[in-house]
Design a protein around this ligand. Structure first.
Ligand code: SAM
Length: 303
C-alpha cells in the first residue's frame, strides 16, 4: 500500500471511530431512532448503554453510506423515504437462523402431528402451517421436510406460508440456495432427497458446494412480507404457527397484542411455537403451555 492510500485508510478509520463515538453519546437522536424502530416494526430499544452501543454500531454503516452525520439526519431521511425502511429495520435486527435450530421443536411437532390431524377443528384435506419470521428460509425447509417425512401427513395438502418483514431475507428463502457449511445440520438422507447440489465459487472466490431445495419442494411454500405488528391478512386459520426468536425484539404490550392476533390466526387445538428463550412471552388465556415455548390454542374464546 502506498503512503497516500495508507493515510486515506487511517483517516477513514479515525472518521469511523469519531462517528461511532458521536452516535453513542447522542441520547436525543437515539430516542428518535428508537421511536421510529418501535413505530415501523415494534422493535423495543430502551436507552440502555448496551443498546446505545449496539445501535450505534449497527446504524453507523448506513449513516456513513448515506453521507449523513447524525441519528436525527437519518430519522429525517427515513420519514421522507419509506423505501429505506427495510434497510433500517434490517440493520437493527439479526437474521440468525439454521437448519434444525432448536431441534426439540421439530420432535414435538412430529409427536403431535397425529393428534393435530385428527382434530375436528382442522380444515378437511389440508394441513395449514405458517412460519412467521422465516428469515432466510432454513426453518421453513426444516419444517417442510419434517411434515413430508411424517406418515401422518400422507394424503393431505400442505398449505405452507412463510413470512418475514425483510424482503431480502424472503428472496433468499425463496431461492433456497445454501452453502455446504450451512447444511451440516441436515441428515444425509434428507439432503439427498430434498436438495440438488452444484459447485461454485463463494464470495472469496473459493470453490464450494451449494445445496438448493428441489423445485418440486420449493413450489410447496408461499412467501409473503408480513409485519407482525400490523393486522394479519388471513381468512383461514392455521393448524401450526412457528414464530420463533422474534418476540425478543418486542416490548410486553406488543407481545400481548401479537399473542392475541396469534390466538385468532390459530384454530382451536392448533400449536404455537416460540423460540426456546421466549417461553415466558405468552400470557394470553387462549393458550396453554404444553412444553416450554410450545402453546396449544384452547377452545375457549372466539372460535
Ligand atoms: C433471529 S431471526 C429468527 C429466524 C427463525 N425464526 C429462527 O428462529 O431461526 C428474526 C427474524 O425476525 C424478523 N423480524 C423482525 N421484526 C419483525 C416484524 N416486526 N415482523 C416480522 N418479522 C420480523 C427479522 O427480519 C428476522 O428475519
Amino acid at each position: 500500500m502506498n503512503t497516500a492510500n495508507r493515510a486515506r485508510q487511517s483517516n477513514n478509520s479515525f472518521a469511523e471511530d469519531d462517528l461511532l463515538h458521536r452516535l453513542q453519546s447522542d441520547q436525543a437522536g437515539f430516542a428518535r431512532i428508537s421511536a421510529l424502530a418501535g413505530k415501523l416494526a415494534g422493535i423495543h430499544l430502551p436507552a440502555t448503554s448496551k443498546n446505545l452501543t449496539l445501535v450505534a454500531t449497527r446504524l453507523s454503516y448506513m449513516i456513513r453510506e448515506l453521507e449523513l452525520a447524525t441519528y436525527s439526519d437519518l430519522a429525517r431521511l427515513l420519514e421522507k423515504t419509506p423505501e429505506r425502511h427495510q434497510e433500517f429495520i434490517s440493520a437493527l435486527t439479526t437474521n440468525t437462523t439454521q437448519f434444525f435450530r432448536e431441534p426439540t421443536h421439530f420432535d414435538i411437532l412430529k409427536q403431535n402431528l397425529p393428534t393435530l390431524i385428527q382434530s375436528p377443528h382442522r380444515a378437511v384435506g389440508e394441513f395449514r402451517i405458517w412460519c412467521a419470521a422465516s428469515s432466510t428460509g432454513q426453518e421453513v425447509w426444516t419444517l417442510l421436510m419434517t411434515l413430508l417425512e411424517s406418515p401422518a401427513t400422507t394424503g393431505l395438502t400442505i398449505k405452507f406460508l412463510a413470512s418475514d418483514i425483510d424482503t431480502d431475507c424472503l428472496e433468499k428463502a425463496w431461492k433456497a440456495i445454501y452453502p455446504a457449511d450451512q447444511c451440516r445440520g441436515i441428515p444425509q438422507n434428507l439432503l439427498e432427497k430434498y436438495f440438488d447440489s452444484a459447485a461454485g465459487p463463494n464470495h472469496a472466490g473459493v470453490q464450494t458446494t451449494y445445496y438448493r431445495v428441489k423445485r418440486e419442494f420449493r413450489s410447496r411454500v408461499q412467501f409473503a412480507r408480513i409485519n407482525l405488528v400490523e393486522a394479519f391478512p388471513f381468512e383461514k386459520r392455521f393448524d401450526v404457527v412457528f414464530c420463533r426468536n422474534v418476540m425478543i425484539y418486542f416490548d410486553r404490550t406488543t407481545i400481548d397484542k401479537i399473542s392475541e392476533k396469534m390466538a385468532q390466526a390459530l384454530r382451536p387445538d392448533g400449536l404455537l411455537f416460540l423460540g426456546l428463550s421466549e417461553a415466558g412471552a405468552i400470557r394470553n388465556p387462549s393458550f396453554k403451555s404444553i412444553s416450554p415455548s410450545v402453546f396449544k390454542r384452547l377452545e375457549m374464546g372466539p372460535a
